[in-house]
Design a protein around this ligand. Structure first.
Ligand code: COA
Length: 424
């Protein structure tokens, strides 16, 4: 038994944001039916291809545990099949460009007519306003949501982050909106529209930077390194390098081997409560009581000197030795882990956070499993579907097509040639 067992999702998503959301719902037990264009499919199937002829990792890693039906929704028979899917499913999830669903003839009004219990969930780049009609990709959202302007170093340009907070981050927001709407439907009996705009999702994740924007009115942000360095603040939240987003100063520091290993670094936080232990560990016991060093406010203008001293110590240890020494003392540190190290980490394999999956076209590959663990809803990661792999199965067992009617749909050109497409 899984948490969302019995919930049917009409998955009209593509690329990353929407597929992240429906993959999570599938992992929680929903039956996710991915609708793709015959012969084409989700564009990511053929993007960043590493094994010629096989679905890319981009696609496979975002579409586990789903079924795929190919359907041309602009063809009359295709529209008929889609109508039946709308009537049959609980949730429609889409992340088309603004207006695409209306142009297809499936406006929110029409969907409600067909199925008043339907929850229609969308990712869009922007909410209502001047940019609502724009097509949006990950980095546009990172820039428009306040992340890029607050990421990077003070003397450098804005930076985007490798974590896909615009796409995958918004997919997560949408998934929460969907399960919340499902919960409300239990009482109201009605569906509703759920919208997660990528700009809003990124801004939500950048919340502490809007906090700092308002704090600026009360004076300089004393926990930012630039305060201690005497650099004046402007009128907007500045880029803070690797400063921590909270009230405790932190930095990324070199560890043993940094000259040749680009990830031989640790994050080190000078948590006030353990200052004395830090002084002992780095060999500066005098700093425990010394004027100018003993309390957090006194240290603010000396953070560069203090972190340089700590770094002299971290450079004598590997990032893992730093962890082993500091953790028992409650000094917060974290090794900078490379993707290679993460991929090889046995504990992540054990928890199902990193999973090896077999695929008929590409063989075994690694993926990130469900990052949210429910004690009573186990997850088995199942490979992504080939294009149209489940078309027949969905037409017959989900939509009840049979006999002449099934032949008519098969012969209409609305659904693709299943095997031929899968092998393309
Ligand atoms: N059968 C027939 N037509 C189909 C179809 C199907 N099964 N599936 C999609 N289409 C059509 C759509 O109806 C649309 O046609 P239209 O432009 O004539 O209305 C067309 O395919 C293209 O869809 P679109 O969403 O515009 O794709 P795109 O590749 O041009 O744009 C995005 C991609 C991601 C920029 C855009 O979808 C978008 O802005 N989405 C919202 C924000 C978002 O999720 N961005 C991040 C993606 S990770």
């Amino acid at each position: 038994m899984q948490a969302l067992q019995g919930v049917k999702i009409l998955d009209f998503t593509h690329v990353q944001s929407g597929p992240t959301c429906t993959q999570l719902l599938a992992w929680f037990g929903a039956d996710v039916i991915k609708v793709e264009r015959p012969g084409v499919g989700d564009a990511t199937r053929k993007q960043l291809v590493d094994v010629p002829g096989a679905d890319s990792l981009y696609f496979t890693m975002l579409n586990h545990n789903k079924r795929s039906i190919t359907l041309n929704t602009k063809n009359e028979t295709g529209k008929e099949v889609l109508e039946r899917l709308v009537k049959e499913c609980d949730v429609l999830v889409e992340n088309f460009a603004p207006g695409a669903l209306d142009r297809m003839g499936f406006s929110w009004e029409r969907i409600q007519e067909l199925n008043p219990r339907m929850i229609m969930a969308s990712v869009k780049g922007f909410g209502p306003g001047p940019y609502e009609d724009c097509k949006v990709y990950e980095n546009v959202a990172q820039c428009a949501g306040g992340s890029a302007s607050t990421t990077g170093f003070l003397d450098g340009p804005p930076l985007v982050t490798g974590a896909q907070i615009g796409d995958s981050g918004t997919g997560l927001h949408l998934a929460l909106g969907i399960v919340t709407a499902l919960f409300q439907r239990e009482k109201s009996g009605k569906g509703q529209k759920v919208l997660a705009a990528m700009q809003d999702g990124v801004l939500n994740l950048s919340r502490v930077k809007l906090r700092d924007q308002q704090r600026l009115a009360a004076g300089p942000l004393t926990e930012y390194s630039q305060y201690g360095e005497g650099t004046p603040f402007g009128d907007a939240t500045p880029r803070a390098g690797n400063d921590s987003g909270g009230g405790q100063p932190g930095r990324i520091l070199k560890c043993k081997g940094w000259e040749t290993d680009p990830n031989a670094y640790t994050y080190f936080i000078t948590q006030a409560a353990v200052w004395k232990k830090i002084c002992d560990v780095i060999g500066e016991p005098d700093w425990k009581e010394k004027e100018g060093y003993a309390t957090p406010p006194e240290r603010l203008d000396k953070l560069n000197e203090i972190f340089e001293r700590i770094e002299q110590w971290t450079m004598t240890k590997t990032k893992f030795e730093v962890m082993d020494i500091c953790n028992p003392l409650d000094i917060p540190v974290g090794p900078i882990l490379s993707m290679k190290e993460i991929a090889e980490e046995p504990s992540l394999r054990k928890t199902g956070t990193i999973v090896e999956v077999d695929h008929p076209e590409r063989g075994p590959y690694l993926t990130v499993g469900c990052p949210i663990k429910l004690s009573d809803s186990p997850v088995e990661v199942v490979r992504s579907p080939l294009l149209g792999e489940h078309t027949d199965e969905i037409l017959t067992s989900v939509l009840g097509y049979e006999g002449d009617e099934l032949d008519r749909v098969r012969g209409s050109g609305a659904v693709g040639e299943v095997k031929a497409e899968a092998a393309e």
